[in-house]
Design a protein around this ligand. Structure first.
Ligand code: GLU
Length: 472
């Protein structure tokens, strides 16, 4: 039997399938596919009990066609060189698809983060930043990390602080990492951005009546039955926005400890509170505990949202998946063979590099904010508000009708940072979807939406190489 494909092999298999539908020179395609730089660190840290432990960390920069490179740092036991390479490549394609001007990167430390104290995690994170700095693998114009599985704003604040200490003359030092706490140079709306982006993307996909008809679904998110795998930052926010803003019904949830189902809908906030209290999603009032986690992925539903780690859906379970739409909130959750099967069966897979791109999109906004040294909306908010007030007063004089205070305050409102971030994100997801949908339609059924999004990415990266030439 042949060796199973590694994660990076799978990404490259998807790349090759798409590349066959382009006519870029072979050498350029080869260059786009390669990991431009990858580094492994082994460094010691002192545990709280005084013992010394060797940590293993990696950073892969997949494509330098644009700088800085961008992508998260994950803390998980799955981390190895192949994993960060695959995830870094996905970041290149993701940034291209949503028109974020970065190359792709990804890093990680092989660690079961929950087994370490906060102090230990701080020492590990600061030491890792020091290693990255020494090897020129971090910097606002070089390579800009962000959170991923097992990391969040706290780790980003440690990274920003360590980098600023090491580069005191870099006026843009805070732009060395994104998804920082707002008080440390972060941006409003970054925490929930990936989940919000999945919601905007799904809402747009479901609004196209013709496509929904093809899947045997009615248009709109309202009433769509959704199963979410993974209730971390991405899964939780996706489920929350789908339920609260989209009117979708969360009929199933899957976590480490098991899976639950409830046909009438699971209240996401109540489920999170239940998990905080009991340590488990099982035993949630009104829901059924399923016999295994795996059965959760096979529940009858319209939309399945894998929001955990890679390889959740493979040929072992794909034939039993009943969803009509799979929204890859995680990176690489569907194996490339399983993806082929879904294409044959007419299941719509919304590829990771499109549907979960909301995080990096808002990271881009944060990076711009850091380079501009000013909060979005600060300059124009009051001006916009006053212009709108003057316009309303003119209308009042012309028509003789007076607006109520409530009307005035809702119309004459200058945008806050969060309003600008969310509208920029919404626009990005909608525009990107129609770009890849056009390419998909052009294929006339020859390839799926993943290949369409990959063709889009390949064209854009190839163009960047063509525009600037190759260094002699
Ligand atoms: N780790 C996230 C991703 O996979 C975010 C990356 C970023 O914001 O740079 O897209």
């Amino acid at each position: 039997m042949s060796e199973p494909l590694t994660f990076f092999d799978q990404v490259n298999r998807n790349f090759d399938k798409a590349a066959a539908f382009t006519n870029h020179p072979h050498g350029i395609l080869e260059q786009i596919k390669q990991i431009n730089s990858v580094i492994h660190f082994a460094f010691p840290i002192k545990r709280d009990d005084g013992s010394i432990q060797v940590m293993h960390g990696w950073r892969a920069e997949h494509s330098h066609h644009k700088l800085p490179t961008k992508g998260g740092i994950r803390y998980a036991m799955t981390v190895n060189e192949d994993e960060v390479m695959a995830l870094a490549a996905l970041m290149t394609y993701k940034c291209a698809i949503v028109n974020v001007p970065f190359g792709g990167a990804k890093g990680g430390i092989r660690i079961a983060a929950h087994e370490y104290s906060e102090g230990e995690l701080e020492r590990i994170t600061r030491r890792f930043t020091f290693e990255l700095f020494n090897k020129h693998f971090i910097g606002p114009g070089l390579d800009v990390p962000a959170p991923d599985f097992g990391t969040g704003p706290r780790e980003m604040a440690w990274i920003a602080d360590t980098y600023s200490t090491l580069a005191p003359h870099d006026i843009n030092a805070l732009g060395c990492v994104t998804a920082k706490p707002v008080s440390e140079g972060g941006i409003d709306g970054r925490v929930e951005a990936t989940g919000r982006g999945v919601f905007y993307g799904l809402r747009e996909v479901c609004s196209v009546a013709e496509d929904m008809r093809g899947l045997g679904l009615s248009p709109g998110l309202e009433g769509k039955r959704v199963v979410v795998q993974g209730l971390g930052n991405v899964g939780y926010h996706t489920a929350k926005f789908l339920q609260e803003d989209g009117g979708a019904v969360i009929v199933g949830a899957i976590e480490h400890e098991g899976a639950i189902a409830k046909r009438t809908g699971i209240d996401v906030e109540a489920l999170m509170a239940h998990r905080r209290e009991t340590g488990s999603i099982l035993g949630f009032p009104g829901a059924t505990d399923l016999a295994s986690r795996e059965l959760g992925l096979e529940l009858d539903c319209d939309i399945l949202v894998p929001a955990a780690l890679e390889n959740a859906i493979t040929m072992d379970n794909a034939p039993r998946v009943k969803a009509k739409i799979i929204a890859e909130a995680a990176n690489g959750p569907t194996s490339s063979e399983a993806s082929d099967l879904f294409f044959e069966r007419g299941v719509l897979v919304l590829p990771d590099a499109f549907i979960n791109a909301g995080g990096v999109t808002v990271s881009y906004f944060e990076w711009l904010k850091n380079l501009e040294h000013v909060r979005f909306g600060r300059l124009e908010k009051r001006f916009d508000e006053q212009s709108a007030r003057r316009l309303l007063t003119a209308i009042e004089h012309a028509t003789g009708r007076a607006f109520s205070d409530q009307e005035i305050s809702s119309i004459a409102r200058g945008a806050e940072e969060i309003d600008l971030v969310n509208s920029g994100l919404e626009e990005t997801m909608i525009e990107a979807y129609h770009e890849i949908r056009e390419i998909f339609k052009r294929g006339g059924g020859a390839y799926d939406l993943r290949a369409a999004s990959m063709i889009d990415a390949i064209d854009k990266v190839a163009l960047a190489y063509a525009d600037r030439g190759i260094f002699p």
